[in-house]
Design a protein around this ligand. Sequence first.
Ligand code: FBP
Length: 252
Amino acid sequence: MIDISPITKNNNALFLAYDQGLEHGPSDLNTINQDPNFILNLAVNGGYQAVIFQKGIAEKYYVGSPFEKKIPLIVKLNGKTNLVVDKEPFSPQICSVEEAISLGAQAVGYTLYVGSEYESRMFEEFGHIEEQAHEKGIPVIAWIYPRGKSVEGKDKKDLTIYAGRIGLEIGADIVKLHYPGDLESMKKVLASAGKTKVVVSGGDKVDEATFLSQAEIVKQSGALGMAVGRNVWQSENPDGISKKLYDIFFTQ
Ligand code: FBP
């Protein structure tokens, strides 16, 4: 099994995700959080185990900076914008494993939209990525988001449980999923994912209490942790909410 300890702490992990500028566009960002250096400082001060960037931000803000020694980097290898309104999403690979490693990545990430009519292309790309990353001894994180008309109307909890199993079967070391809604479903997701570790995404910004109670349940379920973006860096108090999140996962 691939060693995930460089991006975990005491069998838990909090990753600060920051690829939304590509995925959603500038409307997700404000005058403060649009600066990647703000995110890097937040990640270091908040005790996160890694930051998640696309290659351009990694190359311009992380490489050669003091942050290289302060916080591990996860490079997202594929991506897409929300400009194309397509019910059948495809997220192409835009960075190689080799390039990610040259930027200092300690792990790589890839999104698969299972259920999309392009699912097979994403499986194929992921297969190569997994092989190359494991050859170099670095973990692969699969964002597995069921999307497309074939999954429309299907039960979200069941789909998330299925997504966990897909992560295990395709060789992901960590699978990143949407929150399935409650503790019981979280436990089923973990059972389904087996030895593949589970992190939960933060999702759209919600009020702080709702977000933190979701985090409590994720922790209680025994999941590895969370890979969160907007609920932290869109908060009015990003340092404050980071501290609360850290306390849930590391000091309780
Ligand atoms: P958030 O915590 O902000 O939801 O980030 C998690 C994430 O997976 C990001 O890595 C990615 O940019 C975004 O969600 C994708 O969101 P969407 O569900 O709109 O595709």
